[in-house]
Design a protein around this ligand. Structure first.
Ligand code: HEC
Ligand code: HEC
Length: 235
């Protein structure tokens, strides 16, 4: 009996809460969580947040799905963290930001259609300088870091390329080229020793190895000389 009235109470609460949740529009969410830095109409606020009028759905989806927004400290680089929004809230916020002006839409992605070797050359030519040849990240100028790409989803990768977040440039690739690159990054994510794939190519791995090899050879030569002088003195 008690259980039944408890159940009834729970059901009524859910029934009452559900419509109000569904009615919560993107604008309301935006005003609560974003307007303090980006301004009530998305025009931006000096020193707090950039204008979002040309950001588009791609930038908004990237920033929200990677948990970068809402930012806590406007002076610090936005970093990947678990998203604070549900799927529905994300969708509402993305369409609200997209409605603020013209900007790149969410690009379509088909990693299965990507060509791995074309993706590798495109990645080395366009991405490796900042993200590393193995995709494990690195430092870029202005105290910023290019993050590791191991946690990125295909959708996020495409959105990063079309929206150019933070210090990253916008890339005008074709959909095929994006798919190629995404296929290659996905390969890096699943291969056992991602740093090893470019032995024989160019990049930090062979260079580091060469340095290490000559360093070691030098050390051995010094040791041989030392042992040589030591033994001649002993005689
Ligand atoms: C504490 C301030 C702050 C809050 C709150 C905040 N942002 Fe931001 N936002 C920033 C700053 C600063 C940047 C620039 C960061 C960068 O480029 O790395 C930014 C960048 C962005 C961008 C990328 C703009 C572009 O042109 O690429 C989008 C989109 C965005 N924010 C959306 C949002 C949304 C949506 C919310 C609310 C859920 C939000 N932000 C909350 C400060 C904030
Ligand atoms: C000039 C340096 C630079 C270059 C070149 C560059 N990136 Fe980035 N990339 C960055 C930085 C910095 C960030 C972090 C942006 C931020 O603060 O939100 C980033 C973020 C990313 C992310 C999001 C990672 C995450 O958190 O999931 C992806 C994916 C990505 N880049 C892919 C690429 C690809 C693919 C290319 C080549 C086509 C590329 N980047 C070229 C600097 C660069």
């Amino acid at each position: 009996m008690l259980l039944r009235s408890l159940l009834a109470a729970v059901v009524t609460t859910i029934a009452l809460a559900a419509p109000s949740l569904a009615q919560q529009s993107g604008r309301e969410l935006y005003e609560r969580r974003c307007a303090s830095c980006h301004g009530p109409d998305g025009a931006g606020r000096e020193g707090l947040g950039p204008s979002l009028t040309g950001a588009g759905a791609a930038a908004a989806d990237y920033q929200l799905r990677t948990g970068r927004m809402p930012l806590q400290n406007p002076q610090a680089q936005a970093v990947r963290k678990p998203s604070v929004f549900s799927e529905e809230e994300t969708r509402l916020l993305v369409s609200f930001v997209a409605s603020l002006g013209e900007g790149p839409p969410i690009p379509s992605v088909d990693p299965g259609a990507g060509d791995l070797s074309s993706g590798q050359s495109l990645f080395i030519a366009n991405c490796a300088a900042c993200h590393g040849a193995g995709g494990n990240g690195g430092a870029v100028g202005n105290n910023a870091a290019a993050p590791s790409l191991y946690a990125s989803e295909p959708q996020t990768m495409a959105e990063a390329m079309v929206s150019g977040p933070g210090q990253m440039p916008v890339f005008g690739f074709s959909e095929q080229e994006r798919n190629d690159i995404i296929a290659f990054i996905s390969y890096l994510q699943t291969s056992e020793a991602p740093g090893g794939i470019d032995i024989g190519g160019t990049g930090p791995v062979p260079e580091g190895f060469v340095g290490w090899f000559f360093g070691l050879t030098g050390l051995v030569m010094v040791l041989v000389l030392l042992v040589g002088t030591g033994s001649s003195r002993a005689r």
